[in-house]
Every structure is written in structure tokens, then in C-alpha cells.
Design a protein around this ligand. Structure first.
Ligand SMILES: Cc1cc2nc3c(=O)[nH]c(=O)nc-3n(C[C@H](O)[C@H](O)[C@H](O)COP(=O)(O)O)c2cc1C
Length: 176
């Protein structure tokens, strides 16, 4: 798929099969994040791939970290708390103390991974809760290096149901 097709095809998928995503594909996505531009080439990015029991432990810790009156927003069709939208793996993007403009860098890393997932035929969805609802317990479960904090994660899996395409309009202005 060429880059422009990939950009136009990409969408957030929140319906996944139970099939595991191969390590090699997860590595490709993580490498795509590391190739993203960063302010002043400051990088200092740490990518953590979370699956299996650790994912369930983090899900539990996130349930505790999210205020009770907001937890309902993260419940799946079976009534289970699931902030990561049922993906098979979470790829967490963290930045360290030397990072310049880490929020913006996160956007670049995340879009790179979204596009790489599209190219590989995988489903993916941005998961923001590591940024909005932090806790020491979650940071410990992520085994981050000292001084690093999580900014976002991509939930990844094999696609069960493709969402319908959203119309993306917006203003484009040419000036002379
Ligand atoms: C900064 C940011 C945060 C987001 N956080 C979440 C999230 O926590 N959970 C979720 O399901 N989707 C999240 N999304 C996905 C958006 O809902 C999605 O990109 C948007 O609805 C447009 O749909 P599309 O990605 O299919 O084009 C986030 C997207 C961005 C860019």
C-alpha cells in the first residue's frame, strides 16, 4: 500500500478477534514509532509492548485509577471493564526527561504506528487513559525506566469487525 492510500485507509478499530498478534508484527509497529520525528531530535522514547496477564493487571489498575463515575465509559458488551477496547496487545509510548515537546512527539509516534498497522492489515486504536489517569501502580506495572512517563498507547489486534468510514471534512485555505 502506498503512503497516501495508507493514510486514507487508516481508521480506529475497536473490534478484535482473539488471535494473537505475532511478535514480529509488534516489533515492526514499535520500530515505526521510534522512527517518528521528535522535537530537536530529542527522542528519549521508550516503547513497551504489553500482553497477556500483564495486560489484565494493568486493566485492573486502570479501573482503580479511573474515577467511579467515569468507569462506565470503558465497559465492553459483556459488562467487563476494558479500557484497551479488547485488543490483543498494547504498545505504550513513554518519554523520558530529555524529551522536548513529548505530547507532540507522541502524536507522531502514534500516527506512524497507526499507519504501519494499516499496512500490515491489523486493527489499531489510540488509548489515551495512560495520559489522563496515571497511578504509581500503573507506572510500576509498565516497568518504566526512571523519569519516564506514559503518554499514549496503541491497542492492536486482528480485525473482527471493520468500522464504517468516517467522513473527514475540515477547512483548507490557500493564501497568496
Ligand atoms: C489524542 C487521541 C486520543 C484518543 N483516545 C482514544 C481513547 O482513549 N479510546 C478510544 O477508543 N479512542 C481514542 N482515540 C481514537 C479517536 O476516537 C478516533 O481517532 C476518532 O474517533 C476518529 O476516528 P478514526 O481514527 O477512525 O479516524 C483517540 C484519538 C486521538 C487522536
Amino acid at each position: 500500500m502506498n503512503t497516501l492510500d495508507c493514510i486514507n485507509e487508516r481508521m480506529s478499530v475497536r473490534s478484535f478477534t482473539n488471535e494473537n498478534v505475532e511478535d514480529e508484527k509488534l516489533r515492526i509497529l514499535a520500530s515505526a514509532a521510534l522512527q517518528a520525528p521528535t522535537a530537536m531530535n530529542s527522542r528519549d522514547m521508550m516503547i513497551t509492548i504489553v500482553r497477556g496477564d500483564r495486560l489484565e493487571k494493568i486493566n485492573k489498575a486502570m479501573e482503580e485509577a479511573i474515577p467511579e463515575n467515569m468507569r462506565g465509559n470503558f465497559v465492553d458488551s459483556n459488562g467487563k471493564f476494558d479500557f484497551y477496547r479488547g485488543g490483543n496487545a498494547l504498545i505504550v509510548v513513554s518519554f523520558g526527561p530529555r524529551s522536548v515537546l513529548p505530547e507532540q512527539n507522541t502524536g507522531c509516534a502514534m500516527e506512524n504506528m497507526y499507519l504501519a498497522a494499516t499496512e500490515l492489515g491489523l486493527g489499531a486504536c489510540w488509548i489515551n487513559q495512560f495520559y489522563s489517569f496515571r497511578s504509581d501502580k500503573i507506572d510500576k506495572l509498565l516497568e518504566l525506566d526512571d523519569g519516564y512517563r506514559p503518554y499514549a498507547a496503541l491497542s492492536v489486534g486482528h480485525i473482527d469487525k471493520k468500522p464504517t468510514r468516517k467522513e473527514k471534512d475540515g477547512k483548507i485555505v490557500f493564501l497568496k
